[in-house]
Design a binder for this molecule. Sequence first.
Ligand SMILES: Cc1cc2nc3c(=O)[nH]c(=O)nc-3n(C[C@H](O)[C@H](O)[C@H](O)COP(=O)(O)O)c2cc1C
Length: 315
Amino acid sequence: MTPRRILHLMSGSIACAKATGLTSAWVKAGHEVRVATTASVRQFVGHATLEGFCGHPVLSDAFNPGQVMDHINWARWADVVVAAPATSNLINRLAAGLADDAPTALWQAAWGRGCPMIVVPAMNARMWAYPATRDSVARLASWGAHVLPTADGDLACGETGNGRMLEVDDLLRRIGELMEATRDGTTAGLRVLVTGGGTREPIDSVRFIGNASTGRTAATLAEVLADAGHRVTWLGAASAVRPERVAKSESFVTYADLAASLRGLLAEQAYDAIVHAAAVSDFSVGGIDAGDGPGRTGGKLHSTAGVRLDLTPNP
Ligand SMILES: Cc1cc2nc3c(=O)[nH]c(=O)nc-3n(C[C@H](O)[C@H](O)[C@H](O)COP(=O)(O)O)c2cc1C
């Protein structure tokens, strides 16, 4: 792998100890690493350990004499920025645009320079599910940050759930792939649109003609493409499995909704690739003949009489 200059941002999580494995493995693999930490990281891992691994003083206090311009200089120096572990606090501060310590200032100063910006979350399952954190993750991803998934399992707090930081070997592989995808220093990836799930053509207010598509294939494709560094837009059925970590999401119910959304998205920007995994109905319900039966109540056809449906082919 090409040697890279990795700016490793750390925030205060029990996963700090695990994240030192990243610093150490990167240095062993021939990369240059600099580490910047939030104040609370000292509660979890000592600066001596971090400096020992990366061979460079750690930046924690942006006002430290002799280091006052490092929050800009290190951002210029970096080929890739990795926030690992990223606490709920750090993720929300990055998405809110705060820059009141070394990692947040460095993140902003590095933004837009063309280097991949990677977030590696680690937290309790409820903190990971907290609405502000969900919104911040979606916001950072929509701006082009690569927010890696979390794992299920035992959490340090004794609970079980999703929020665990990925294991070091898995992170080294995923971050390595992102670094390789952006070796020429340009922003990672292609603009990809993925459609998924099945359309539903209404018969009345509660019934529809649909199909059994879950949208799982499209969601998996979208996540794999996003993890590989591409900017993914997902256009999926309202009832489909939703992917995480995509840059943008829109949903549809009917064939007509899907067609309108597709036109809108294609008018907004050009895509390098479109993956049509949606299961689209061949027919819309053209006319409904309920004969001499009692008709409808509140939009719902009565079930006591037969109904004839006139199906018209979709374009
Ligand atoms: C033992 C311990 C473990 C913690 N682990 C996490 C964690 O994994 N993820 C997280 O978001 N917060 C965790 N916290 C809470 C954060 O350390 C706390 O929100 C802190 O203010 C984060 O500040 P920072 O993001 O500036 O580092 C933990 C706190 C303690 C005391």
